[in-house]
Design a protein around this ligand. Structure first.
Ligand SMILES: NC(=O)c1ccc[n+]([C@@H]2O[C@H](COP(=O)([O-])OP(=O)(O)OC[C@H]3O[C@@H](n4cnc5c(N)ncnc54)[C@H](O)[C@@H]3O)[C@@H](O)[C@H]2O)c1
Length: 250
């Protein structure tokens, strides 16, 4: 287990009402940091830290006015911003399919949530990091965009491929301001996004595709993401970190 110290540090975490985002927020809160959390879902009841470390904003990340107002309120409350974890995303198995015949309104919505919302977040947060001449970001992609699938979710995969490009471009543009940016590519992970794995048999079957023999816990992904934000990763920028139990080896 890695021990982190986030005293006097302030993080923004999107998707904090979901599996991985909530874990990331909790690791930072328990290590003494303050966290601005954003999700369309209501605030989870099991957040760590104390109320003065937390600001939870319930709303839609595809609305730049909401994003900007939340970041302004967070800076007003905590004084500065050190980290951004762009975690929120959607995978709509029932609507997202082949680009050759899927509904293009769904395509646009998936891009707005999975990619453009990360642009809104970066545009809101980077000026505050530049002011401090330091910062770190981690953006959530997926291993799905690095391989083929006979039953595709093309909007999800294509938007998530853009997340890697966004991260590397920010890393290049912001290195001179001492701001790092990295992308993380989860494999199969047990979270509300994967509600389809709702029995021990289905969980075991999904795990049987993975060389390590099991699917990941949200905490395993959160730990990798928080490492990339932390000072322990101070010389790491512009990388694509795959955290998949070896899935891509196959
Ligand atoms: N779980 C997996 O197997 C897996 C695999 C690869 C990649 N990922 C990626 O990891 C990230 C975290 O996923 P998770 O598994 O924790 O999923 P999750 O569904 O538990 O969490 C995602 C959160 O994003 C929030 N969200 C969605 N749209 C939003 C919007 N417009 N505004 C604000 N909040 C919004 C949801 O309410 C949810 O709480 C996602 O980007 C996902 O695509 C997950």
């Amino acid at each position: 287990m890695i021990t982190f110290d986030f005293s006097n540090r302030v993080a923004v975490v999107t998707g904090a009402g979901g599996g991985m985002g909530r874990q990331i927020a909790n690791i930072i809160l328990e290590a003494g940091g303050s966290v601005i959390m954003i999700d369309v879902k209501p605030e989870p009841g099991d957040l760590g830290g104390t109320p003065d470390q937390r600001l939870y904003a319930q709303g839609d990340l595809t609305e730049p006015e909401f994003v900007n107002a939340t970041i302004a309120a967070g800076v007003e409350r905590f004084g500065h911003i050190d980290y951004l974890a762009n975690v929120a995303g959607v995978l709509w198995f029932e609507h997202d399919a082949s680009l050759l015949d899927m509904d293009m309104a769904v395509w646009d919505q998936v891009f707005d949530i999975n990619l453009k919302s990360m642009v809104h977040m970066a545009r809101a947060v980077v000026p505050h990091m530049r002011e401090k001449k330091s910062g770190a970001m981690v953006h959530f992609s997926t291993t799905q965009c690095l391989r083929g699938d006979p039953l595709p979710q093309d909007a999800y995969s294509t938007a998530k491929a853009g997340v890697g490009a966004l991260s590397r471009s920010l890393a290049m543009q912001l290195a001179g301001d001492n701001i790092r940016s990295n992308a993380i590519y989860p494999g199969l992970t047990q979270t509300p996004l994967q509600a389809r794995w709702d029995t021990p048999e289905k969980i075991a079957e999904a795990g049987s595709f993975v060389p390590l023999g099991r699917i990941a816990t949200p905490a395993e992904l959160a730990t990798a993401a928080v490492f990339l934000l932390s000072d322990g990763a101070s010389y790491i920028t512009g990388i694509d970190l795959v955290v998949d139990g070896g899935l891509l080896l196959k």
